[in-house]
Design a protein around this ligand. Structure first.
Ligand SMILES: *Cc1c(COP(=O)(O)O)cnc(C)c1O
Length: 392
């Protein structure tokens, strides 16, 4: 059966072109770029080239890009080293309540180390209020971390406004931009970003590689120890093929961004329109316009997201639910609870995340399957039956 991949927020497919760019660095130009001999020259140049490409796209400078093993490592590094760096000045850190687990759980770790964490509430659309951020700032606040775009509901946060506030108060500002890089325009200077996390596999690059942008002048202590790579900031033998692939993938994403965005919004809005029109008791989660072009997250009353996911899966449609994905827990996601959904509604949520490889036919097919699956599940739901009885 043809599979339909509507789970592009969890990872993306690499393009053949990207794999082709990586291949020479496995078996031909395999030397360690840190070596002194001549065979190191080409891999070193390839890494420099990727760094230059990536920095240019973000309006950063090449020496402000530090390669890591992915978004999770970049988030850990920024949060832990960022908090420790200024701990003499203060031990108060502000994050939003809807961050990715890589930030949420790292903040919990910092709490155990004696830091105090404020988790900013978001509104019903998932937006952080810059005014509330301002009033949460204290004399001992040293770090603010707010994600650029949410991985579950797709809401895009007012990062430039938050960056401005952080700058005025001389507070370090980190943003987890893993869902944003390669998908929406980013200018680290204009947005006053000090630290930014990104991950290759979320924009068509390979898995297990990412980077941290660190503004010049910020002396974040190293997080991984053991060698002089990445300007002495991140030890470990340079992952040349992956870095080359990530650079290529971002180059492709950035040059197609305008066209992809228009196309994705067309697909996304068609999905949203059809669901809202044809499926009763459905609710769009996240901001209607300030949202990632490829994200549509809906809650469906009277059903379990897991059952719905299974029925869609049986029809070859791959989506995600609003339950905590990797943790294996059955608690609804902190993001859906964070935007004020009651538990039972949050449980019936399905996230569709598109790529430019998806088609309108796939969307229409998915809505048809979704519709019949929901009818089937609801016809078996005692809650739905009760509801109908009480509203006759
Ligand atoms: C995927 C993701 C991460 C983790 O990135 P990895 O490279 O998979 O470790 C962090 N933050 C957000 C918002 C993500 O979507």
């Amino acid at each position: 059966m043809e599979q339909i991949f509507f789970d592009n927020a969890s990872t993306t497919r690499m393009k053949q072109e990207t794999l082709d760019a990586m291949m020479p660095y496995f078996i031909e130009k395999y030397a360690n770029p840190s070596s002194i001999h001549s065979m190191a020259k080409e891999p070193r140049a390839a890494v420099d080239n990727a760094r230059a490409t990536i920095s240019k796209i973000l309006n950063a400078e090449p020496n402000e890009i530090y390669f890591t093993s992915g978004g999770t490592e970049s988030d850990n590094w920024a949060l832990i080293s960022g908090a420790r760096m200024n701990s003499k000045k203060g031990k108060h850190v502000i994050i939003s309540s809807i961050e990715h687990h890589a930030i949420i759980e790292t903040a919990e770790y910092l709490e155990k180390e004696g830091f105090e964490i404020t988790r900013l509430k978001v509104d019903k659309d998932g937006l952080v209020d810059p005014g509330e951020l301002r009033s949460a700032i204290r004399p001992d606040t040293t770090l603010i971390s707010v994600m650029m775009a949410n991985n579950e509901i797709g809401t895009i946060e007012p990062i430039a406004e938050i960056g401005k506030i952080a700058k005025e108060d001389g507070i370090l500002f980190h943003t987890d931009a893993v869902q944003a890089v390669g998908h929406i325009p980013i200018d680290v200077r204009e947005m006053n970003i000090d630290l930014l996390s990104a991950s290759g596999h979320k924009f068509g690059g390979p898995k297990g590689v990412g980077f941290l942008f660190m503004r010049k002048g910020i002396k974040l202590p190293p997080f991984i120890h053991g060698g002089a790579q990445e300007n002495g900031k991140r030890a470990g033998t340079t992952n040349v093929p992956s870095i080359v692939g990530m650079g290529k993938a971002l180059e492709i994403s950035a040059s197609n961004m305008k066209r992809n965005t228009e196309y994705l919004i067309k697909l996304r809005d068609h999905y949203i329109k059809r669901v809202e029109k044809e499926i009763p008791f459905s609710k769009l989660n996240g901001h209607r316009t300030k949202r990632l072009p490829g994200n549509a997250n809906f809650s469906f009353k009277f059903v379990e997201g897991e059952s719905l996911l299974m029925l869609l899966n049986m029809n070859g449609i791959c989506v995600s639910t609003g339950s905590a994905c990797a943790s294996g827990s059955l608690d609804p996601s902190h993001v859906l609870l964070g935007i004020g959904l009651p538990h039972e509604i949050a449980h019936g949520s399905v996230r569709v995340t598109l790529s430019e490889e998806n088609t309108m036919e796939e969307i229409d097919h998915a809505v048809d399957v979704l519709k019949s699956s929901l009818e089937r599940l609801r016809s078996m739901s005692p809650l739905y039956e009760d509801y109908l009885k009480n509203n006759e």
